[in-house]
Design a protein around this ligand. Sequence first.
Ligand code: ACO
Length: 322
Amino acid sequence: MRARIIGTGSCLPATVVTNDDLSKIMDTSDEWISSRTGIKERHLVKEETTASMSAEAAKRAMDNAGVAAEEIDLIIVGTLSADYVTPSCACEVQAKIGAKNAVAFDINAACAGFMFALNIANVYLQMGTYKTALILGAETLSKIMDWNDRSTCVLFGDGAGAAVVRAEEGTAGLLAFDQGSDGVRGSVLACRGRSNNNPLVETSKDLTYVHMDGQEVYKFAVTAVPCSLQKTIQKAGLTVEEIDYFALHQANIRILQSVAKRLKTAEDKFPISLDHCGNISAASVPILLDEMNRKGMLLPRMKIALSGFGGGLTWASAVMEW
Ligand code: ACO
């Protein structure tokens, strides 16, 4: 029995903000952003919410899979920017799509959130607890950015991606997984939650926006990700050469280039969406996968390696046969 992705979907907000648009409201330029990151534009929410984009991505994934809402047993959303503390985004999605038979919950593993959610679903499906899962990565990062901090706010975007995953007999599906965390280095990429304002403490005026040490994050990514990918490929009984595509978290083109170099493989095996999406944390892997699927890039028996990495610090990789 394998957990196999049988459908994908995604949803980006209607409003596109280019690097030139940003240069009109802050001291930055297309040249600075695109040369250092590969990002040209991103989508930012106006009317959309994390849950509304998630529900739309979910419907598109279910259409793509040919699965009805009643067939979904499990919904997991990887997110660090749900609309509410409670109810979870997953419960909101359940209500919006009418998946009345599903159990639904969110998990937070930052940019690795979709990958962690996929692995949790994999375990449930392997054990026979559930048969059909809807796995999402969804973010409204624009609400947790400090729009006065040009070194972070230009990097991120909003959006949601989804995959329908089903337990099936056969060779296709998830072959191997690797996950890791390093809480000791968590402060290099952090965003405080709301401050405690109970009567026993003074209300803190600390920033509640994303704070990042870009160079430390870069060093983390270019060492942890190739190592995790190599481990997962080996666990799957494959070699790097046998992988057709590497669908990685879309943080920065330089990270992708460095991972390709360290794995001694071709850069053109690393499809990108960051040029038009920016970094959408947990949503970036499923959005990329959906774009690849809709372009017809994913053919039966292809071997695809996925990897997410980011805040926590956290990272997770998977190898699947499509
Ligand atoms: N526009 C113009 N200038 C800027 C901007 C901007 N948007 N942001 C910063 N600068 C300036 C800084 O003020 C600084 O100026 P100074 O030299 O006069 O002091 C200069 O550019 C260099 O700033 P650094 O922060 O040192 O820039 P760096 O070259 O490290 O590039 C970057 C920053 C692109 C974030 C890089 O560190 C990086 O690639 N990090 C990887 C981390 C990453 O991609 N994180 C994404 C989110 S985390 C994740 O998803 C895993």
